[in-house]
Design a protein around this ligand. Structure first.
Ligand code: M6R
Length: 362
């Protein structure tokens, strides 16, 4: 069942390029158009989006917000479902509310979406289980079709959720924000990602396995990212704490000087996501500030960039792609890092303590 992998989580990490390819094959037509299978006119009058989710699905949603706003120009908010359900924002017309839940059974997400529906909002569900409870609540469902995920720590379903957000943003952008040529270029960019994902998996696992040994006894980790990779910093920290039980915090790199920098010393490693783009130099200089506090620095960064080599003690190399696509790649070394740290600690990676695959209670 685990096909030679020691844990389901590792197997599922390796399934990600295939999941991404299968998603592209299903949702992009032969004529190279996005076809998410939504009812006719479903997004036509939509002016804003509210996304509700928990945990890793919430992180995917933050990237979804970035895409919907920056690619499609659609104002978007992301709320924890557990917060929204007791303090929903004032209702506005022409809002699409999206519930994102891998299991389709998360109690808070279901209750939040039901509330949105009762207020008259159009509701979309993004799930890996189309037969689950969310199908009863939402007006339409998009299947992330990652295949059953057994590891409690979400990996391939996260990647599959990201793909749906790329495609949904394109669907909105096709209403006029992007030209047909730009859309085709964007789709081409998506098509290149699975091969890059494979390259990261093949090229880095051994290295990350070795590197992880350094952190078997580490008590605290900080993850930094900015822009579209800020949610990846959050996701890297969540993965690590879920399965290795190491305290980890994700921060937008620019916030560090407003408090968290006080935590840093030689015992607190910092993982920074530094991908070429609008905030690259900024992340490098934020990392430099951490280094000045003796923190050990790990960079998810391009391998042959001199500036990155000067700052980071260790580099988890990622191929250079347009910044907008980078989260699909940057998350992979962080999944591997958390996996190997937990495995070195001899922990039950697939069934971490206190956690369940579906959180069906409030
Ligand atoms: O099934 P859902 O996507 O609604 O689950 C939400 C969270 O419970 C889930 O993402 C949790 O944070 C995972 N264990 C993350 O690895």
């Amino acid at each position: 069942e685990k096909q030679g992998f020691k844990h389901y989580m590792l197997k599922e990490i390796y399934e990600q390029p295939g999941v991404f390819r299968a998603g592209l094959a299903r949702y992009i037509s032969e004529a190279n158009h996005v076809q998410l299978g939504l009812p006719a006119g479903f997004i036509d009058s939509i002016e804003r989006v509210e996304i509700l989710a928990c945990g890793t699905s919430w992180h995917a949603s933050l990237i979804g917000k970035y895409l919907l706003e920056q690619v499609a120009g659609i104002p978007t908010t992301v709320q924890y479902a557990s917060e929204y359900r007791y303090s929903p924002p004032p209702s506005l017309n022409n809002t699409l509310v999206i519930g994102v839940t891998q299991s389709g059974e998360t109690a808070d997400t279901l209750a939040a979406l039901e509330l949105a529906k009762s207020r008259g909002d159009r509701c979309l569900g993004i799930t890996n289980r189309t037969e689950s409870s969310i199908a009863r609540v939402a007006d339409a469902i998009i299947d992330t079709q990652a295949g059953i995920e057994i590891g409690v720590a979400a990996t391939k379903t996260f990647i599959a959720q990201l793909l749906i957000f790329y495609l949904l943003a394109l669907d909105f952008a096709a209403r006029g924000k992007l030209t047909e040529v730009q859309i085709q270029e964007f789709i081409e960019g998506l098509r290149q990602l699975p091969a890059y994902m494979e390259r990261i998996l093949e090229g880095q696992e051994r290295y990350i396995e070795d590197l992880s040994r350094l952190f078997t006894h580490t008590k605290d980790f900080i993850f930094l990212g900015r822009g579209i990779n800020f949610p990846i910093a959050l996701e890297g920290a969540l993965k690590l704490k879920e399965i290795s039980y190491i305290h980890a915090e994700g921060y937008p790199a620019g916030e560090m000087k407003h408090g968290p920098i006080a935590l840093l010393d030689e015992d607190v490693p910092v993982v920074a996501i530094a991908t070429p783009g609008a905030v690259y130099e900024k992340v490098l200089s934020n990392s430099q500030e951490a280094k000045a506090r003796d923190a050990k620095l790990i960079g998810v960064a391009p391998i042959d960039d001199l500036a990155a080599h000067e700052v980071f003690d260790h580099i988890l190399p990622i191929p250079i792609v347009d910044e907008i696509f980078s989260p699909v790649l940057t998350v992979i070394p962080l999944q591997l890092l958390s996996y190997h740290v937990a495995a070195h600690r001899g922990l039950d990676v697939d069934q971490p303590r206190n956690l369940a695959k579906s959180v069906t209670v409030e």
